[in-house]
Each structure stands twice: as C-alpha cells, then as structure tokens.
Design a protein around this ligand. Structure first.
Ligand code: CMP
Length: 139
C-alpha cells in the first residue's frame, strides 16, 4: 500500500552537509519526494512534533538540539515507506545501528544529554499523518 512518511534531517545532519546523502538514499531506494523544505523549527512546533516525549529527561536537550540550526523537512511516498525509511535510518542508538543504515554509517555516540542521530522518521501511519500535518499543513 502506498503511504507517506515524514523525514527530518536534524540540525547535526544539516550542519555536516548530509542532506543530499539522506535524499540520495531515499530516492535510490525508489521512494518519491512529495515535499522538501529547509526550516527553522520553533519550540511550539517541536512540542507538537515530540508530544510523546514532553516531560522525559531528554526533552529539554532534545528541543535545544532541534533549535540549534535548520532542519530539512521531507515528505516521502512509496510502498511501505514508513517501515522502509526506518530501516534505511537504522536504530535510534547510532553506536549499534546496523552498518549500511544512515545512522550506522554516518553517526556515532557523543557525550551529550541527547542522542544526535541525523534523521527522524515517522514510526506509524498515524504518526506520519499527524507529523505531516504539523510540518506541512494542508499537504
Ligand atoms: P527520534 O527517534 O527521531 O525522536 C526522539 C529523539 O530523542 C531521538 O530520535 C533521539 O534524538 C532522542 N532520544 C531518544 N531517546 C533518547 C535517550 N534515551 N537519551 C537521549 N536522547 C534520546
């Protein structure tokens, strides 16, 4: 079934010049780009996007990190793209993310209060539609 997912290249990925590398991997896999925009997030937008993390110990460092520079917001489309992009991204912890994945190839653990792992990808059809509505209202 064709579905859509929200991908973010986080500020660490943008600063390291990895936006093209992320888009290349998404397109090389065969997914279609429906929207791409370089954006500066706001605390309000992040409170919506990360609503399930509000109150967790890493929430404030996470928001500070996500405000530290622009993010590339992307909507990608394709057959099972939600699960497919999460596989391309690799697991949250970059130390153990599988080599071949974005995080496994390009990220490592730093001594920081929040994990810097280059990309975000929606984790379910419900969160994908919710997150697309936050970043691209009306799309
Ligand atoms: P992501 O899964 O895209 O969205 C939540 C983010 O919070 C996650 O990526 C990491 O950047 C960060 N994160 C999640 N869990 C932890 C944790 N246990 N410690 C620090 N940061 C975390």
């Amino acid at each position: 079934m064709t579905e859509r997912t929200l991908i973010l290249v986080k500020p660490d990925g943008v600063k390291r010049g990895l936006t093209g590398e992320v888009l290349r991997r998404v397109e090389a896999k065969g997914y279609t780009l429906a929207a791409v925009e370089l954006r500066q997030a706001t605390p309000e937008l992040l409170a919506e996007h990360y609503e399930e993390h509000v109150g967790k110990p890493f929430y404030d460092p996470l928001v500070e990190f996500m405000l530290s520079g622009p993010v590339l917001a992307v909507v990608a489309e394709g057959e099972r793209v939600i699960e497919g992009f999460r596989t391309i991204a690799g697991t949250t912890d970059p130390t153990t993310a599988t080599p071949g994945s974005i995080r496994g190839d390009l990220a490592r653990q730093w001594d920081l209060p929040v994990i810097h792992n280059i990309v975000h990808g929606s984790d379910s059809p419900e969160s994908a539609e919710r997150e697309i509505g936050i970043w691209f209202p009306g799309l």
